[in-house]
Design a protein around this ligand. Structure first.
Ligand SMILES: Cc1ncc(C[n+]2csc(CCOP(=O)(O)OP(=O)(O)O)c2C)c(N)n1
Length: 286
């Protein structure tokens, strides 16, 4: 396990650097929520999921739906590092005719399972895929990542209801619980607490982890896979802007790209590795 954790920590640091480079080159995008979801997406693509970058539409693959589509730079970094497309494409983020649009586009990017960005829709799509897998007796898992601000969307709760109604135990969702949304604290805009009780009441198996702790992410998915008869929600406590000192926990970095100078500062910090390996002290910070 230690070796796997070290490998994913190293990939996570690379992904953070790529996110900063991509956004700085593009001059726009969403660093905060991209950086908070790095360890979750890295663990999925580099250890947990069954997938084949040479055959993005391989029938038996596990599916990943990035419901909070504005965080697509994290997904693009994982897909490029996995080999779905050349690393050079990352330089074209948000350019006209690029395969990497500012919100994930299933028709442009190999490996992207759903076009997303309109918040609230991804979990419904993940439910449909999981139900389809069950009906055709296939054994793939569907993973989904939603945001805490996104949790305020009504459609999330319709999906939550249907997932347990259809006993979708092949559906494993992560909540990137970074406590901030576009313009403030989630608890001030529209409080989602008590979030564990809510998902439990909707019939889900719920776990709580530090979303930057790779070992906890892997162990939670292992446990989730064993639990039959209901969908699984992993509440991952995270830090928005994680890994870059001047972005961490700062709401103004939700949707602003770093300047060249800011990007250089961030890259230096990530190169030193002084911050990106620290976990998230999550108990009691909701
Ligand atoms: C339906 C819809 N309404 C509004 C938006 C604009 N929007 C983009 S990101 C965002 C905040 C999302 O917050 P959260 O889910 O917590 O994302 P994170 O903090 O992880 O970036 C909003 C309101 C949108 N993309 N879709």
């Amino acid at each position: 396990m230690d070796e796997i954790v070290l490998k994913i920590a190293d990939i996570s640091r690379k992904m953070r650097r790529l996110i900063i480079e991509m956004l700085s080159l593009a001059g726009s995008g969403h660093p905060g929520g991209s950086l908070s979801s790095v360890e979750i997406i890295a663990s999925l693509y580099f250890h947990i999921m069954r997938h084949n970058p040479s055959h993005p539409l391989w029938r038996d693959r596990d599916r990943f739906i990035l419901s909070k589509g504005h965080s697509c730079p994290t997904l693009y970094a994982a897909l490029a590092l996995s080999g779905y497309f050349p690393m050079d494409e990352l330089k074209t983020l948000r350019k006209l005719e690029s395969i990497l649009q500012g919100h994930s586009d299933r028709l442009q990017t190999p490996g992207v399972e759903m076009s997303s960005g309109s918040l609230g829709q991804g979990l419904s799509c993940a439910c449909g895929m999981a139900l389809g897998g069950k009906l055709s007796q296939e054994d793939f898992f569907v993973f989904c990542l939603i945001g805490d601000g996104e949790t305020q969307e009504g459609q999330i709760w319709e999906a939550a209801m249907s997932a347990s109604h259809y006993k979708l135990d092949n559906l494993i969702c992560f909540l990137d619980y970074n406590k901030l949304q576009i313009d403030g604290r989630v608890s001030d805009v529209m409080n989602i607490e008590p979030i564990v009780d809510k998902w439990r009441a909707f019939g889900w198996e719920v776990m709580e982890i530090d979303g930057h702790n790779i070992k906890e992410i892997i162990e939670a998915v292992d446990r989730a896979k064993e639990i039959k008869g209901k969908p699984k929600m992993i509440i991952a406590h995270t830090i928005k802007g994680k890994g870059v000192s001047f972005m961490e926990g700062r709401v103004e970095w939700h949707g602003v790209a770093p300047t060249k100078e800011e990007a250089e500062r961030a890259l230096k910090e990530l190169e030193d590795g002084t911050r990106s390996n620290q976990g998230c002290i999550w108990k009691g910070i909701a």
